[in-house]
Design a protein around this ligand. Structure first.
Ligand SMILES: Cc1cc2nc3c(=O)[nH]c(=O)nc-3n(C[C@H](O)[C@H](O)[C@H](O)COP(=O)(O)O)c2cc1C
Length: 439
């Protein structure tokens, strides 16, 4: 597709109050409605009004947060929306493939083919909530994760698309030989099957990944259809894009079979000055000491010993190989400082406050559209994972002001392409492996 008629794909990373660390204290945000389905439904309908590809819910299994479980929430949102994709994070550690296959097949049937699975191996340790002493280490997580995804796909394929025949006269609900045991025996999993729900409308819900480490990129090139990533500069974004796309051919895949969506945390207003005012308000709500502690953890250096306007002490940071947490996120957070020696701890802190590792952008409607256009036209992204720093007003501004500008520039859809998330993303419906084997 020539760069002139490339269209962006846009997902919104939904958080009820916004992604800025100070957002919940802002007058516009409604932290008290975090569990309120009517409010969350309005946010999903707002995203659909903007013709966005999808809404995405992050998730983890360690306590302390207060939010609804993704499948429960997305099933409810499926009944109050028609077109928008519904992407849930489900970890491959602390879950069973049979359950996950069934939950996503159910969401895909309920939504008429709009489900997506953000496959994470989970960096945050929840071992203590599952009777385990420690979280599996990075390489192990990816190995088991790959097998997990394979079992889930085989379970989705355990029903052929035309297995159900409802032959009331002869009393045959399913066609003989079209529902299969999978008898999977792998290194970690052994699963007999079949699944107890027919094949999802999309064949497979859209497979999303969010790993950016070497192992993460390789697994994505092999199996992902969408990849979420955190890139803090245009250069880093384009390097990542070129790198991951170049790995597809060896798996017999083409560039348009993987949609790369870096995170973008915007603050948009009619003028840049207004947007900067909102940004300053949000930073004022942040407990700087606490934010510095969070950043120090990611940075592996206690930054409270430095002045906020000192340059980032890069030479003190632990090499990422020694980091068992989110390696790629650590890299992303440090990238601006690596590319600009004068980058201060305050600048790093403000970026982290606004985008927790994703690139932040504060500006007018036209400046925001320019930013997006540059990355799309120069193959640094196929679209963005939008992290509105302030919700609902920041999301409203993006939907009501930036989207029309992108549409005017021919950079974004004006109507949904079809009924399913795959059609919105331009992804093929995968054939059932059993049909392929018979051919
Ligand atoms: C946009 C985005 C969303 C993510 N959402 C989650 C999440 O919901 N739960 C989670 O445990 N990890 C989440 N992650 C972290 C990734 O799953 C992964 O652990 C991380 O990117 C590190 O992978 P890597 O070590 O391969 O780089 C997310 C990452 C990104 C970029």
């Amino acid at each position: 597709m020539s760069e002139n008629n490339r269209k962006a794909h846009l997902n919104v990373f939904l958080r009820a109050t916004g992604h800025h660390a100070g957002a919940w204290r802002h007058a516009d945000s409604k932290p008290e409605l975090e569990l309120d389905i009517e409010y969350l439904a309005q946010l999903a309908q707002l995203a659909e009004r903007g013709k966005l590809d999808s809404v995405f819910l992050a998730d983890g299994y360690a306590g302390g947060g207060s939010k609804l479980e993704p499948f429960t929430l997305l099933s409810a949102l499926a009944s109050v929306t028609k077109h928008i994709g519904l992407i849930a994070t489900v970890g491959t550690v602390y879950n069973e493939p049979f359950h996950v296959a069934r939950q996503f097949a159910s969401l895909d049937h309920i939504s008429g083919g709009r489900a997506g699975w953000n496959i994470v191996t989970g960096a945050g340790s929840a071992a203590h909530n599952f009777g385990l002493d420690e979280h599996p280490e990075h390489a192990q997580r990816y190995e088991t994760g790959e097998e997990f995804v394979e079992v889930v796909k085989q379970l989705w394929d355990s029903w052929e698309d035309d297995a159900l025949i409802y032959d009331k006269k002869n009393g045959r609900l399913t066609e003989q030989g079209k529902v299969h045991e999978i008898n999977f025996n792998g290194h970690t999993y052994s699963v007999k099957g079949p699944l107890n729900i027919p094949r999802p409308p999309q064949g497979y819900p859209v497979l999303v990944q969010a790993g950016s480490s070497e192992a993460g990129k390789e697994l994505a090139a092999k199996t992902a259809e969408v990849i979420f990533t955190a890139q803090q500069t245009f250069e880093a974004g384009r390097e990542f894009y070129t790198d991951v796309k170049s790995r597809l051919a060896k798996y017999g895949r083409t560039a348009d079979e993987l949609v790369i969506l870096p995170g973008l945390a915007p603050i948009v207003a009619d003028t840049e000055a207004e947007a900067r005012d909102i940004e300053a308000e949000l930073h004022a709500y942040v407990d700087t000491k606490r934010a510095l502690r969070n950043l120090s953890e990611r940075f592996t250096v206690d930054l409270s010993d430095y002045d906020l306007d000192d340059p980032v002490p890069l030479d003190k940071a632990k090499p990422s190989e020694e980091f068992n947490g989110i390696r790629s996120r650590q890299e992303a957070v440090l990238d601006p400082a690596r590319r600009d020696e004068s980058f201060t701890i305050r600048q790093l802190l403000y970026r982290n406050n606004g985008g927790h590792g994703h690139i932040t952008f504060t500006g007018s409607v036209l400046q925001t559209a320019d930013f997006i256009e540059k990355w799309i036209r120069n193959y640094a992204a196929d679209g963005f994972n939008i992290l509105p720093q302030l919700v609902p007003t920041g999301l409203e501004a993006f939907i009501d002001k930036v989207i029309p500008e992108l549409q005017n520039r021919g950079l974004f859809r004006t109507e949904y392409e079809g009924a399913t998330l795959r059609e919105s993303l331009g992804l093929k419906r995968p054939a059932n492996v059993r049909h392929l084997q018979r051919q």
